[in-house]
Ligand binder design. Structure first.
Ligand code: FES
Length: 142
């Protein structure tokens, strides 16, 4: 059996929504210290809906495929729904990732949450911390 599904290969070779949103409403950048991969997510929000999403990923093929799939899954969705996106859902939508590559999909989940958090923070919108499962991990209150 091939290590990577056809969907992973498709999103790796033809990533959707690659690029930068110059006037983004929120930007989230996350990285994995062990592998050194970095993912940056840009979002455009209108009336609580993600009208546009783009990403830049400096990383492995699984990270690129995960970010591509994640953008497809949240584009056009309300922020509340995008916050529910889990790395597991991204990996499942890609028809699976090898166990040692699951952390690549975690990066996608974190990047989406970080971009939404940035949007909330910049606009002074109160948010429920419990909805941010991952990207607040290393941001302990002082
Ligand atoms: Fe680290 Fe893929 S190997 S994000």
């Amino acid at each position: 059996m091939a290590l990577y599904s056809e969907k992973v290969m498709d999103h790796f070779k033809h990533p959707r929504n690659v690029g930068v949103i110059e006037d983004a409403d929120g930007v989230g950048e996350v990285g994995n210290a062990k592998c050194g991969d970095i993912m940056k997510m840009y979002i455009k929000v209108r009336d609580g809906v993600l009208v546009d999403v783009k990403f830049e990923t400096f990383g492995c093929g699984s990270a690129i495929a995960s970010s591509s799939m994640a953008t497809e899954m949240i584009k056009g969705k309300p922020l509340s729904e995008a916050l529910e996106l889990t790395n597991r859902a991204v990996a499942e939508a890609l028809d699976g990732l090898p166990a040692h590559k699951l952390h690549c999909s975690v990066l996608a989940e974190q990047a989406v949450q970080a971009a939404i958090l940035d949007y909330y923070t910049k606009n002074g919108i109160p948010y429920d911390k419990s909805k941010f499962r991952t990207c607040l991990d290393d941001e302990e209150e002082t």
